[in-house]
Design a protein. Structure first.
Length: 358
């Protein structure tokens, strides 16, 4: 007579190998995305493909933390929970499962419905998040996983192979060539004798513009503190990109702040904001001491729109293709620059102003 089956005994999860594969592929692809986010080659916003649009959108970070960091944290925790029995707690598996499903669906909807562009790397990560969450559901009731050494090795192998294959298939195109020749007329016109003039085309929601602003501000603050340097001025040209929903309104606030002589302070305040809703822009205006009646009159007028159109025309004339683009003196730099590059450019421009060899 066969022995009775104990239906209360924990069962092994039949989808355990698939779950580990999804977790490893998600982890590897998140690591690849982080590399792409932080590499100098990814240091620009522009009207390029889906990866550029998603990476430079307002949804590419949560509380200032780039999503690839969060992806690595999620999939790393999932791999640990699968492989380490002591971490295989029902509450943790439930949290990881529900979080994976919710996050995967949310990020896919954001790309399709709000950003209007698809990043293949992001899609792989989101599908892995959604799939692993669904595959994890049976383990919530019976948190027992059995994996052979061969299955673990295969999962880790795929976790490395899939991101490498993606990188090979979806390698970033070469950046457009930087135009040579003399500086554009608008840049030459902005130069002032005896001062180094930096002309920068920016978008307040472009993460690379934000990083470059922080680097450049640090350099200028250091020069002012150590040398009392007042010989460097910055002229901002606003080029809000359509992919950034609040960039144009923030740029209008900056234009109106210039009318009150507080343009640079307003630029600093807006770049320091994590989000740029209209109310946040008004808060920045109060922080820098703008006259609210004059500000509102300016915002209600067409003057800031005319200024933005003029800046856009200058950008087209200067063949600006990516943001940030800046001219230190008359030397062009496209995309996010290293601090050492900016320092050297300022020193060259100062030497030229002084009439000494650079």
């Amino acid at each position: 007579m066969p022995e009775p089956v104990d239906v209360t005994a924990p069962r092994s999860l039949p989808l355990a190998p698939l779950l580990l594969v999804l977790a490893c592929v998600g982890l590897g692809t998140s690591a690849l995305m982080l590399h792409l986010y932080l590499s100098p080659e990814a240091g620009a916003c522009g009207p390029g493909g889906g990866c550029d649009a998603v990476r430079s959108s307002r949804w590419s970070a949560v509380a200032g933390i780039p999503l690839p960091y969060l992806g690595m944290g999620y999939f790393g925790a999932l791999v640990a929970a699968i492989l380490v029995p002591a971490l295989r707690k029902r509450w943790l598996l439930t949290a990881l499962g529900l979080g994976g499903v919710a996050t995967g669906i949310t990020l896919l909807v954001l790309q399709g419905a709000f950003i209007g562009a698809w990043c293949p790397y992001c899609v792989v990560v989101d599908v892995c998040s959604l799939g692993s969450g669904l595959a994890l559901l049976p383990a919530m009731a019976a948190p027992r996983l059995r994996l052979s050494g061969r299955a673990v090795a295969a999962a880790f192998g795929l976790g490395a192979a899939v991101p490498l294959a993606l990188a090979g298939l979806l390698h970033a195109p070469e950046p457009p060539p930087v135009p040579d020749g003399p500086a554009p007329e608008a840049i030459a016109r902005a130069q002032v004798e005896g001062q180094v003039t930096i002309v920068e085309f920016v978008d307040f929601e472009c993460p690379f513009c934000r990083r470059q602003h922080a680097r450049l501000s640090g350099i200028l603050d250091e020069l002012a503190a150590t040398e009392g340097d007042e010989g460097v001025r910055v002229v901002y040209k606003h080029l809000p990109l359509p992919m950034h929903p609040h960039a144009r309104e923030a740029a209008r606030f900056a234009c109106c702040a210039e009318e009150q002589g507080r343009g640079e302070a307003m630029v600093d305040a807006l770049f320091a904001r994590e989000e740029l809703s209209t109310e946040a822009c008004f808060e920045s205006a109060r922080e820098v001491g703008l006259d609210e009646a004059a500000l509102q009159e300016c915002l209600d007028s067409t003057r800031p729109d005319a200024r933005l159109e003029a800046d856009a025309q200058e950008a087209r004339a200067a063949k600006v293709q990516r943001l940030p683009t800046c001219f230190v003196g008359e030397q062009r730099f496209e995309g996010l620059q290293e601090e050492s590059t900016l320092r050297a450019a300022i020193e060259r421009a100062r030497a030229q102003q002084a009439g000494t060899p650079s």
